[in-house]
Ligand binder design. Structure first.
Ligand code: AMP
Ligand code: MG
Length: 343
């Protein structure tokens, strides 16, 4: 097709990037978590284009990105002191806080909720773009709805080339899973999505934190999610995924026993030799949870370029970043989880 293309911007083209946002365009932005699909968060038409480009359901709200906590007052009401304490501790960084919104935040951003998700990303280029644009940027992850989130420029272009006006090259993402979402409008504060800031880190600052049941299990029939977006299948490759939980060596043996010809495997580096002859995506040494987080989406996405009939995935336990990694794998598997036998 002629005339449909996406402008590739370098990290120093901050002004060009900001201009795309100010003029109501769509911009791929690098963040420390995943690449995001940004638009002027105060412009409902621009925000509507995000939903079109992603094929995202209208009732799944977006996060507003700001360059510092000083901007919170503009868009949020009844901000508890705890929000500022969390911002001091974790911003800029992978924490999204759900707060009461002000009326000026368009319904298109919040899906009509009276709350809004706020985050200050850590990527220096994107913070410079936010400052230069002078507007909060609404952004979900930069994937086609339902697919694994993009953790590098090439992954985002695979889904969005020709559908967005520009994308900024900020290198590969440091964290690799999306931000932690904490709802501060309820007491105790509630974890809606595990992410780059761990539950243990939050509890050090907040004390008691409730964990929404949607984090660890699928919604029951008729059950209402806390946020509309929590009801959708997520992060899924084309082939079905089975997560195998348990002690790493036992889980690896389980997979080896059940693996059929043509199946693919996501595993810790130590176990790669067990699966010779199969497409294998290693996600790092078994105890390196930060590496699992950086690798998990890329591993899931890899299999869409193969003919595998089924994907078997080893999974870290829920300590630290393991909670976010296992949440993404479980959702990619539609919560199809099996337990490996005890050794
Ligand atoms: P994404 O980063 O692509 O997953 O998109 C933003 C995420 O933030 C979605 O999972 C939304 O459900 C969540 N989110 C955004 N705003 C709110 C809100 N007001 N309340 C609860 N969750 C929200
Ligand atoms: Mg997403």
């Amino acid at each position: 097709m002629i005339g449909v293309h996406t402008q590739l911007l370098c990290a120093d083209q901050v002004e060009q990037a900001a201009r795309i946002l100010r003029s109501g365009g769509l911009l791929g932005i690098p963040t420390e978590t995943v690449y995001g699909l940004g638009a002027d968060g105060l412009n409902p038409d621009a925000v509507a284009r995000i939903f079109q480009a992603k094929g995202r359901p209208q009732d799944n709200p977006l996060i507003l990105h700001i360059p510092s906590a000083d901007w919170l007052e503009r868009y949020c009401a009844d901000i508890p002191p705890l929000a500022y304490e969390l911002a001091r501790r974790f911003w800029p960084g992978p924490l999204t806080m759900i707060l009461k919104r002000r009326d000026m935040v368009p319904d298109a951003v919040t899906a009509g909720l009276d709350t809004v998700g706020m985050r200050c990303p850590a990527h220096p280029v994107t913070r410079a773009i936010l400052e230069a644009a002078g507007t909060p940027v609404a952004a979900p992850s930069g994937n086609t709805s339902g697919r694994p989130s993009p953790t590098c420029l090439a992954d985002m272009l695979e889904d969005m080339d020709g559908k967005i006006d520009g994308i900024v090259d900020g290198g590969p993402c440091d964290v690799g899973v999306e931000s932690t979402i904490l709802d501060l409008t309820v007491s105790p504060p509630r974890l809606l999505r595990p992410g780059g800031i761990t539950l243990e880190q939050l509890r050090e600052v907040v004390g008691e934190v409730a964990v929404d049941s949607a984090v660890t299990r699928p919604l029951a029939a008729g059950e209402k999610p806390r946020a509309p977006g929590m009801k959708y299948r997520h992060y899924a490759p084309k082939a079905p995924v089975t997560v195998v939980r348990g002690e790493p060596a036992a889980a690896a043996r389980y997979i080896r026993r059940h693996l059929a010809d043509g199946d693919g495997v996501i595993c810790f580096n130590e176990f790669v030799p067990l699966f010779e002859g199969h497409p294998v995506e290693p996600i790092g040494p078994k105890d390196d949870r930060a590496e699992h987080a950086r690798r998990v989406f890329d591993a899931l996405r890899y299999f869409d370029g193969t003919q595998v009939a089924h994907i078997w995935a080893q999974c870290p336990d829920s300590a630290g970043l393991g909670l976010a990694v296992s949440n993404r794998l479980n959702k990619a598997a539609g919560f199809h989880i099996v337990e490996a036998e005890k050794p």
